[in-house]
Write a protein that binds this ligand. Structure first.
Ligand code: SF4
Ligand code: SF4
Ligand code: SF4
Length: 357
């Protein structure tokens, strides 16, 4: 890794958590170039393979899909011929990732800035400012005319709190049920930095497999693949696998994984008491440069960061050039490419850290 490169990362809450762990334990993991973390609101996520299978069973060719939306408790598929296929969210179980059932973070609580559409009027994004760095970015980008902001309404804020609390309560129940028949969901056990060191410094990929992957807790973030110094981890749409023997004294993947133990200093508060985590302010943002989509706040911030040379590159999610809707992550410093990647693909399917390699 080149220490001078700075990257702005956009990711789901679990990916942001992985990025935080990679950098916090950089002596063990090798660190990353991620300097600014932009987290997305995330209720749940879907497997590309099973989503495609589900659509095929409904006689929908994934190549004919224009976009996906989750709105009003429904999963909506907009087709290129402008038809809309809609199913209740409760019917998405066949392609929903099971690991999302035990996720307690709705609003990317440890990012610099969290962004979603919930809580703001149509055409506006909700932005939660969490750190001084995030605050400076938002204030300066607004002053430079990248977007306008306004206070979020009380009603809007309450809706986000309600949905976040709903996710937390439902998934705490799921964790309870899971732990009665299976092993503990490790990341919910906030322990001290010393305990983390004590446990993680004895663990390698086989422990990751037994503690996380075979327990259905893997979020497919790709952090284990990214940090492996000898490249023996490969990750596909289903799970990470190891091809070869681990390096002696390496524990990088166990330290980096967002579903192994978490230190109290990373995400150590009571989710139920603070469903939106710690934050400085919550506002609504509307882009002045890009029109008509919820992703405009993310896109505008990335463009601002690139145009003002505040980062060297940004991580974006685009479509695979040959396979429709199969997401691929890449780094870019090209503003036009950022504009092209705008939209809800950011949250359709989890991606990895491959782009940083
Ligand atoms: S585990 Fe699932 S619900 Fe949680 S942040 Fe990741 S993709 Fe979203
Ligand atoms: S060498 Fe083994 S323990 Fe180290 S990161 Fe790779 S898979 Fe994990
Ligand atoms: S096992 Fe690997 S891909 Fe799965 S959550 Fe942990 S780091 Fe991410």
């Amino acid at each position: 890794m080149n220490d001078n490169i700075k990257t702005a990362m956009v990711g789901t809450p679990c990916q942001i958590l992985a990025a935080t762990k990679i950098n916090k334990y950089s002596e063990k993991t090798g660190g990353s170039s991620i300097d600014i973390k932009i987290g997305l609101f995330c209720m749940e996520n879907f497997s590309y393979t099973y989503l495609k299978k589900f659509l095929t069973e409904k006689d929908i060719n994934i190549n004919e899909v224009e976009g996906f939306r989750i709105e009003e408790n429904k999963f909506k598929v907009l087709l290129k011929n402008n038809d809309m296929f809609t199913v209740p969210l409760s019917e998405t179980d066949s392609f929903k990732r099971k690991n999302c059932d035990i996720c307690l973070d709705y609003t990317s609580d440890i990012s610099d800035i969290s962004i979603g559409s919930l809580g703001s009027p149509k055409g506006w994004s909700t932005v939660i400012i969490r750190t001084e760095k995030g605050k400076e970015i938002i204030e300066n980008a607004e002053n430079e005319g990248y977007f306008e902001t306004k206070e979020i309404s009380d009603k809007g804020k309450k809706i986000i709190e309600k949905i976040a609390s709903k996710k937390i309560e439902k998934n705490l129940e799921n964790i309870n049920v899971r732990e009665k028949v299976s092993r503990p969901v490790l990341y919910t056990r906030n322990i001290s930095d010393e305990e983390i060191e004590d446990i993680s410094s004895k663990c390698q990929f086989d422990n990751l497999e037994s503690d996380v992957i075979s327990e259905g807790a893997c979020v497919l973030c790709g952090a284990c693949e990214y940090v492996c110094p000898i490249d023996i981890v490969e990750i596909d749409d289903r799970k990470p696998q190891k091809f070869g023997e681990c390096k002696e004294d390496c524990h990088a993947c166990y330290y980096a994984c967002p579903r192994t133990f978490l230190s109290k200093n990373v995400l150590g508060y009571n989710f139920k008491a603070k469903p939106l985590g710690e934050y400085i302010d919550i506002i609504s943002v509307r882009s002045n440069k890009i029109k008509g989509q919820d992703g405009a706040a993310v896109t505008s911030i990335l463009i601002y960061l690139l145009e003002k040379n505040l980062v060297d590159n940004v991580s974006i999610v685009g479509e695979d050039e040959e396979i429709s809707w199969k997401p691929v992550s890449r780094l870019t410093n090209d503003v036009e490419e950022v504009k092209k990647a705008a939209g809800t693909k950011y949250s359709t399917v989890p991606i990895g850290f491959k782009a940083l390699e």
